[in-house]
Design a protein around this ligand. Sequence first.
Ligand SMILES: C[S@@+](CC[C@H](N)C(=O)[O-])C[C@H]1O[C@@H](n2cnc3c(N)ncnc32)[C@H](O)[C@@H]1O
Length: 242
Amino acid sequence: MTPGRCYGVGVGPGDPELLTVKAVRLLEACPVVAYFCAAGRESNARRVVRHHLRAEHTEMKLVYPLTTEAVGPSTYETLLADFYDQSAKRVAEVLDEGIDVAVLCEGDPFFFGSYMYLHHRLSDRYPSEVVPGVSSALAGAAVLGSPLASRNERFTVLSGVLPAHELEAGIAAADSIVVMKVGRNLDKVRDAVQRAGVLDRAYYLEWATLPNQQVMPLAEADGANAPYFSMVVIPSAGAIRR
Ligand SMILES: C[S@@+](CC[C@H](N)C(=O)[O-])C[C@H]1O[C@@H](n2cnc3c(N)ncnc32)[C@H](O)[C@@H]1O
């Protein structure tokens, strides 16, 4: 039997109007829609596409195991690898029946996207296609109304999980910066931004493009309550001046 196709579908940062035409077409065409989510929580990616899901769709929830806090980082890495193996196996079982699967992914699938862990495990055995999505980093710049890079400027993306000294060095070496995965790293990120000397042009954004979006100078953000879906955008000095 010809196997089904696996689509990694980027659904954008949250605003359903930022879904691509291709994402909508494939969602409507794929009988099975898979998505990652935390236990007991609605999937953010599913929420973006919910108006395109019909009763005929079979939904496959891929529920993450315990949190890092519960088991410690090294055990969690092992748990996650097993989880992605199991998730890939579940998707493969459907593909083996000749059924196409759309795996939803917030933002863009290949930009810190969880779909990539399935792609690594499946794309050598099954026809696979990645549908790019609007990344939250780009949406953040649009929300701020500040260009991220022009002419020969250096644009850098950093993960807020990095140690403080690496964040500081990365920020100091770039003209414009987006820090992803801010959440509970917010205080550390703000210290690094301050030490790099650019706190005056750094902005904190949570739930960008959604109705509960919050945007404020990073200096005013509350480190105790930052959700996982938060980032820091630092436009270049030139972008602010022009
Ligand atoms: C696992 S990464 C996924 C990134 C995604 N693939 C993308 O292209 O935007 C999750 C991080 O993306 C950022 N993020 C995603 N959507 C966001 C939003 N609507 N507002 C603010 N940050 C967001 C946050 O930094 C969050 O911790």
